[in-house]
Design a protein around this ligand. Structure first.
Ligand code: ATR
Length: 276
């Protein structure tokens, strides 16, 4: 019989493979638990947190667009959630406090950032597209490394300005000027939801990129967003967000179950078979 209940809150959630991943690990480690999609509106966050407090729910992940909006409902922020003010993992601690943590930073550090050697990062000008829920994790993870310069651009300028208040070392590029700025960039990171399965795509052409540009898309569903396909054709080195997704889930699983699930090829193949 299922004893513990977990899930992911957000909207939309149809793209999420979190249930596949966590339920795979529950089965593998003989844990009587279930993980489900909990698609909610903003006003339902309070109810979800109440369920965690009552132990009706044992923990939730948080995704688009609630990584910041959950914070006022929590008792405590810890670790990287405190640094980023972005929460993707919630649980109840032994003192009965509802705690928000962030495993996206760990996910980024163990996937994309690991793939680029430190010397290259040192000399890189990096443009982050998007100033939403995941952007602070990207900035914070990069700031632990030495990078030449971090720029950020967001459709809604105010959100980029707000993020700069917390990370003053970044510079803002206006959304309308991305195309012009791109030619100087060594790394571009898509931290917007543009390209997500069933959603909108970039209007920008991404012309005049450096030939050795590295493009990283935090999206993993689809495996190749339109922009990745376009850039790949031009020989740009691209990565999607699948590895980051797996690593952030690994750390969430550890926080909830005190088991560090093994990452194996079977798991990755299992996920890839579900993606487009
Ligand atoms: P996440 O947790 O993935 O960061 P989010 O907080 O909802 O989710 O942020 C979504 C990001 O995608 C934001 O940067 C958003 O830009 P705005 O701040 O202007 O809303 C960006 N985004 C979503 N749809 C977009 C669109 N059609 N054009 C440009 N940016 C878009």
């Amino acid at each position: 019989m299922i004893k513990n209940f977990y899930g992911i809150i957000g909207k939309p959630l149809s793209h999420s493979l979190s249930p596949d991943l966590h339920n795979f690990w529950f089965k593998k480690y003989g844990i009587l638990a279930n993980y489900s999609l909990i698609e909610i509106e903003l006003h339902q966050i309070e109810e979800v947190i109440r369920k965690i407090r009552n132990k009706e729910l044992n923990g939730v992940n948080v995704t688009v667009p609630y990584k910041q909006s959950v914070i006022p409902f929590l008792d405590l922020l810890i670790n990287d959630a405190k640094e980023t003010l972005s929460v993707n993992t919630i649980s109840l601690n032994e003192k009965g406090k509802v705690v928000g943590d962030n495993t996206d930073v760990y996910g980024l550090e163990n996937s994309f950032i690991k793939k680029i050697d430190d010397q290259n990062l040192n000399q890189s000008e990096i443009l982050i597209l998007g100033a939403g829920g995941v952007a602070p994790s990207v900035i914070y993870a990069l700031s632990k490394k030495k990078v030449k310069k971090i720029f950020i651009s967001n459709r809604t300028l105010k959100k980029a300005i707000d993020i700069k208040k917390r990370f003053p070392f970044i510079d803002i590029v206006e959304w309308e000027n991305i195309e012009a700025k791109i030619e100087n960039m060594d790394i571009i990171i898509n931290a917007t939801s543009l390209g997500l399965d069933g959603g909108s795509n970039f209007n920008q052409e991404f012309k005049n990129t450096k030939t050795n540009l590295v493009f990283y898309d935090i999206i993993y569903n689809p495996m190749e967003t339109k922009i990745i396909k376009k850039l790949k054709k031009r020989g740009v080195k691209t990565f999607n967000g699948l590895e980051m997704f797996i690593y952030q889930a690994q750390k969430s699983f550890f926080l909830w179950n005190k088991i560090n699930p093994e990452l194996d090829g079977e798991l990755e193949q299992n996920l890839i078979s579900k993606l487009k």
